[in-house]
Design a protein around this ligand. Sequence first.
Ligand SMILES: CC(C)(COP(=O)(O)OP(=O)(O)OC[C@H]1O[C@@H](n2cnc3c(N)ncnc32)[C@H](O)[C@@H]1OP(=O)(O)O)[C@@H](O)C(=O)NCCC(=O)NCCS
Length: 233
Amino acid sequence: MDRAGRVYLFYATAEPGQQLWGLASGYSMEFWTPKRLRIWPAGLPAGERKHFALRWVLHTLHLFSHRHYGALIVRHRGKLVHYAGVRPKYWRFPFMAPADIQIGDTWTDPEHRGKGIARYVVQEIVKTFGMPGRRFWYVVEATNTPSIKVTESTGMTMVAKGGWTRSPNLWPSSSLSIHELCAVPDANSMTRNGTRLSEIAAPEFRARLDNARPVQRQPHENHRPPPPSSVGS
Ligand SMILES: CC(C)(COP(=O)(O)OP(=O)(O)OC[C@H]1O[C@@H](n2cnc3c(N)ncnc32)[C@H](O)[C@@H]1OP(=O)(O)O)[C@@H](O)C(=O)NCCC(=O)NCCS
């Protein structure tokens, strides 16, 4: 699938939003973790397994930046109807700090969509894995309205826009790069666990962005110097 040219929105938070959601009756949630011979959660539809296979390899080879890799799973009468990946940084996501988590590959069985499962799970991930200095990222294609609604309903803030860039040094891989930082109006309101959202646009974070993969810029976009080198995890 060629994702070049598509615009992605980068949402972030350091702590759960104000509003608390619940799961409807009949649903149960569990945290799935990988094991030596446990590559994906039991009952995962075949079409979704590829998302887990690569990450199992990264986890097993200790290529992730920390050991909190896993997924939150929701079942309805035993059937897996939702998952959301809890993913540490690796080289394809240079915008993340080593302690960060990306909530990725969220999926709800079409028969169970629109019931608040995804927003509940996103909120639970932030509650469960929050720690000082850790940011949670949720990156979504700009055209994916349901997914954007999920992240916004959980109180995450859009902090940047970007896209996939081919990485000459990591052939055949590509990396997800930030092209443009957004203004964060409520940045200082999120200080309870020690990470201010405003730090995302702070000089230290900008320096990390500058070290990220080169991004194609329009001639008028001259707000940042060209990156000197790439960043791995
Ligand atoms: C994105 C996805 C995970 C959402 O799952 P979900 O369990 O249906 O989401 P929720 O029920 O928690 O919905 C949260 C919000 O999104 C809204 N929403 C859900 N589906 C929607 C749709 N098709 N159109 C518009 N809004 C939608 C809900 O109304 C709710 O908004 P509200 O808080 O204002 O009421 C699901 O649509 C899906 O699996 N899509 C395919 C895979 C995908 O695109 N994943 C995202 C990758 S970034």
